[in-house]
Design a protein around this ligand. Structure first.
Ligand code: 6PG
Length: 479
């Protein structure tokens, strides 16, 4: 056997990852695709890569040195199970199967358990960065066993993006930990994109700026604390002019956002874990709302009851939007990290939060300057209970408050939807509140279902005899 690594699945992501692997010193890459045509195309287009082409799984396995390592890059779902089954037939104990797709982490937990019984290692690895990332250096989030990581480490480090000299890959935790963290990455990606979109909408509808002017503003923001890949590409998208109509491209794109499901998975998991990822949830729901043409058309004539938002000082309005965006973004990351902490506890993973922020600094879609601050925050306080309360973030949010409130209140008065800005601010106000109306909810629950409550002034669990004489009894004597 001549190859030290193999790739199964040669669609764009798989081909690019295979080329990335082949371009690194010392690697010989075996490739396999269900239809051989794609393999041939890849070989013809990239003879420099020195790929070892194989036509079936047996040939693929025979081409690989032991322990065999194969990265699966097929569309997540049933296809993944079929490939795993085929590989376990031809692989041997000690070999490693890596699933580099966007698999649901619970599927990864199930697959890892099943494959482990054969003695083969199964590693679910989140890979972020799109097509370009796969080719030039993605951010990689591998789960699986520590034993498999020993073999995978040098290979994955060689192809990952590099941030300040460090490769953007680390062993996240056992079984599904890597795919779980990738899922949260995508949830944050959804929130980040929605916040940027809300900021753009305000600059356009309230600030009266055109897409090209807003592109300049985003480009300018990209030189400061908001610096990130998503802000950078936003400027590019807004600057693009449609060749056919001469209009800004953003004005001819149908305003119905698609979604492949990872954002919704994040919210579903967070619901199960009891973690309020409200910013991410609003981002997912905003995409759903946008994609309901019948409901939107039926509602389009409904009254706004709005007031015109008079902007007197355009520069300070733009600065208000920037600060609201930054504060809301901090909330989204804070919520995402809360979900990681809760997931780690629930599924028994030991996850280094600071290391996650580190490997997100380059390669991935949410790469951003302020991720260094997250790493620092967790380095200073490993048991930080809420990212939001770390000094840098508390200061940033604190400084943004007047702007943030003006933007959310102004948008509400003007009838402009800002679900992610508004829910992030509400989340912040909820967290910092001394008392929440949750006390009333407990009272209601006790009234209709004798669900009991605790008191602020003494230990124990209590119930009021609502349908009797309304005296309070200790819950132990309630029934
Ligand atoms: C990445 C991305 C990627 C994701 C796309 C599309 O990290 O490279 O998160 O994995 O598939 O962003 O996602 P949606 O189609 O759901 O927007």
């Amino acid at each position: 056997p001549t190859a030290n690594i193999g790739v199964v699945g040669l669609a764009v992501m798989g081909s690019n990852l295979a080329r990335n692997l082949a371009s690194r010193e010392g690697n010989t890459v075996a490739v396999y695709n269900r239809s051989y045509e794609k393999t041939e195309t890849l070989l013809t287009e990239h003879p420099e890569a020195g790929f070892v082409a194989t036509q079936d799984y047996a040939e693929f396995a025979a081409a690989l040195q032991k322990p065999r390592t194969a990265i699966i890059m097929v569309q997540a779902g049933r296809g993944t199970d079929a490939v795993i089954d085929a590989l376990t037939e031809v692989f041997e104990p000690g070999d490693i199967i890596v699933d580099g797709g966007n698999a649901l982490f619970t599927d990864t937990i199930r697959r890892e358990k099943a494959v482990r019984e054969t003695g083969i290692n199964f590693v679910g690895a989140g890979i972020s960065g799109g097509e370009e990332g796969a080719l030039l250096g993605p951010s990689i989030m591998p789960g699986g066993s520590a034993e498999a990581w020993v073999t995978l480490k040098p290979i994955l480090e060689s192809i990952a993006a590099v941030a300040e000299g460090e490769p953007c890959v680390t062993h996240i935790g056992t079984d599904g930990a890597g795919h779980f963290v990738k899922m949260i990455h995508n949830g944050i990606e959804y929130a980040d994109m929605q916040l940027i979109a809300e900021g753009y909408d305000l600059l356009r509808r309230v600030g009266g700026l055109d897409p090209a002017e807003i592109a300049d503003i985003f480009a300018e923001w990209n030189t400061g604390e908001l610096e990130s890949y998503l802000i950078e590409i936003t400027a590019e998208v807004l600057r693009q002019v449609d060749a056919e109509t001469g209009k800004p491209l953003v004005d001819v794109i149908l305003d119905q956002a698609g979604a492949k499901g990872t954002g919704a998975w994040t919210v579903k998991s967070a619901l199960d874990l009891g973690v309020p990822v409200s910013g991410i949830a609003e981002a997912v729901f905003a995409r759903s709302l946008s994609s309901k043409p019948a409901q939107r058309t039926a509602s389009s004539g409904m009254p706004a009851g709005a007031e015109e938002w008079q902007v007197t000082d355009r520069d300070s309005f733009i600065e208000d939007v920037r600060r609201a965006l930054f504060a809301s973004k901090i909330v989204a990351y804070s919520q995402g990290f809360d979900a990681i902490v809760a997931g780690a506890e629930e599924f028994g993973w030991s996850i280094e939060k600071g290391d996650i922020a580190k490997i997100w600094r380059a390669g991935c879609i949410i790469r951003a300057r302020f991720l260094n601050r997250i790493t620092e925050a967790y380095a200073e306080q490993p048991d930080l209970v809420a990212l939001l309360t770390a000094p840098y973030f508390a200061d940033a949010v604190g400084g943004a408050l007047p702007s943030w409130r003006r933007v959310v209140a102004g948008a509400a008065l003007a009838g402009i939807p800002t679900p992610a800005f508004a829910s992030s601010l509400s989340y912040y106000d909820g967290l910092r509140a001394d008392r929440l109306p949750a006390a009333l909810i407990q009272g209601q629950r006790d009234f209709f279902g004798a669900h009991t409550y605790k008191r602020v002034d003494k230990d124990g669990t209590f119930h009021t005899l609502w349908s009797g004489d309304r005296t309070e009894v200790s819950a132990a004597d309630a029934h």
